[in-house]
Design a protein around this ligand. Structure first.
Ligand code: RNT
Ligand code: ZN
Length: 422
């Protein structure tokens, strides 16, 4: 029996087993179409970008480790890699760009000079693929970020420079949304903070608020642009204070009715982003997620199928708020095949949502509301050994993408045919 035949047969059995606990697998396959993941472009080239030839991370803010061969060195290579990644993922995804990934030509274009024309190639590329685009201001890896402060800088020239950059990024994002007919989520993350105990936290936070108020003076229709702000707990070089903390941005997002971005690497290790979803969504319309795997710290390891992201997926599905959550990835590991990193990370996140959709939520709710705590716990445990993989494999072949371990071979082939020749 061929592999696909086996998968189909296994699916029929799995379908009956799930039906016995009131889960309709065919419905779940359809619901998965609403789980759209925004693929972050920056895993292709270790957050280098194209402002300068052979751009590599410079200046503070972000760290990438590893030097596995095959890194994308041109925009063409990034596009080729992203096409490969998308060919491994069931369903339609979005693409998430950072401002440093523009097509700047020969001349150096500084961040306060960028225009739509530098991203038109990406817009056209996305249009051909019927994909939506998301966008990010790049407020790091720049000499004007070296002192550790950007939008909250006390150097007025620098502060103005970064305000101008973010304003331009929002304008570009709105144009992306307009041309593509799908709103673009623009996210602002800044590295601002202090390595050692600062004296004037209040002053820097007031400056950040002032900068954001200036930035958001420009209004765009919601059908083109949605704004998000991303908090963080600490970074390398900002261990003692991060200006854009969770309290700061949650307050700002609520007051200004914009999106809060929750990166699950940006909280105390025992805090769960999954628990924050139902809290934040009482006060903001939508969320942006940056899904990642922190290993001991905000290490940006490739996302995997783990309890942390599973809780996030479960919470979204149980609360029926998928349409209010924008799902993005944020990991960058240069120590392994980068296309493989996307394959593992994006498929893990898809599987987590898939797993959450395959839950008999109504039955669990009934147990909960009638005080049947043992039954609730037992059922949650039983779900872990249901034939989830059989349904997933079927979903993959139905979408003409490799099932099971077949995608490993696909990536190995791409590595020898393309990546090794770079
Ligand atoms: C950094 C933030 C931020 C970046 C990207 C590249 O800690 O998570 O989202 O990773 O903008
Ligand atoms: Zn992030």
């Amino acid at each position: 029996m061929g592999n696909n035949e086996l998968i189909k047969k296994a699916y029929q059995v799995a379908k009956e087993q799930y039906a016995a606990i009131d889960v309709e697998t065919d419905k779940v396959l359809r619901e998965m179409e609403d789980v759209v993941i925004s693929l972050h472009c920056w895993q292709t080239d270790d957050v280098g970008g194209f402002e300068k030839p052979d751009a590599e991370l410079e200046g503070g803010g972000i760290q990438v480790t590893g030097n596995y061969p095959g890194k994308a060195c041109t925009i063409e290579e990034i596009r080729q890699d992203l096409d490969k990644v998308m060919s491994l993922l069931p369903g339609k995804q979005r693409l998430n760009l950072h401002a440093i990934y523009g097509e700047f030509g020969e001349k150096f274009i500084d961040r306060d000079q960028i225009e739509v024309k530098h991203y038109q190639g990406w817009i056209d590329w996305a249009k051909e693929r019927n994909m939506g685009l998301d966008f990010n201001a790049t407020c790091f890896s720049h000499p004007k970020a070296d002192e550790g402060y950007t939008l909250s800088s006390k150097n007025e020239e620098y502060r103005k420079f970064w305000v101008e950059h973010v304003k331009r990024c929002r304008a570009i994002g709105a144009e992306m949304g307009k041309q593509l007919g799908k709103p673009c989520v623009h996210n602002t993350w800044i590295p601002d903070g202090s390595k050692d105990t600062p004296i004037d936290r209040y002053g820097h936070r007031s400056l950040l608020k002032k900068s954001l108020d200036e930035i958001f003076e420009d209004e765009y229709p919601e059908k083109y642009l949605k704004d998000a702000v991303e908090s963080k707990l600490f970074g390398i070089g900002s261990e003692s204070m991060v200006v854009g903390s969770h309290d700061f941005y949650l307050g700002y997002a609520i007051k200004n009715n914009i999106l809060i971005c929750l990166d699950n690497g940006h909280f105390h290790p025992t805090e769960q982003v999954g628990d924050k979803i139902s809290a934040c969504l009482q006060f903001v319309d939508e969320l942006l997620l940056h899904l990642t795997r922190g290993v001991r710290w905000d290490s940006d390891h490739v996302a995997t199928f783990n309890d942390e992201i599973l809780l996030i997926a479960h919470e979204i599905i149980r609360a029926n708020v998928l349409h209010r959550v924008n799902i993005g990835l944020d990991f960058f590991d240069a120590s392994l095949n980068r296309i493989g990193a996307y394959g593992v990370g994006a498929r893990a996140v898809q599987q987590e949502f898939f797993f959450a959709l395959l839950e008999p939520t109504e039955r669990l709710m009934e147990y909960e509301e009638t005080g049947k705590n043992f039954e609730r716990l037992a059922m949650l445990e039983i779900m872990k050994s249901k034939p989830f993989g059989a349904v997933w494999d079927y979903y993959c072949i139905k979408n003409n993408v490799p099932a099971g371990e077949d995608y490993i071979a696909e990536i190995q082939k791409y590595e020898s045919d393309v990546l090794k020749r770079r």
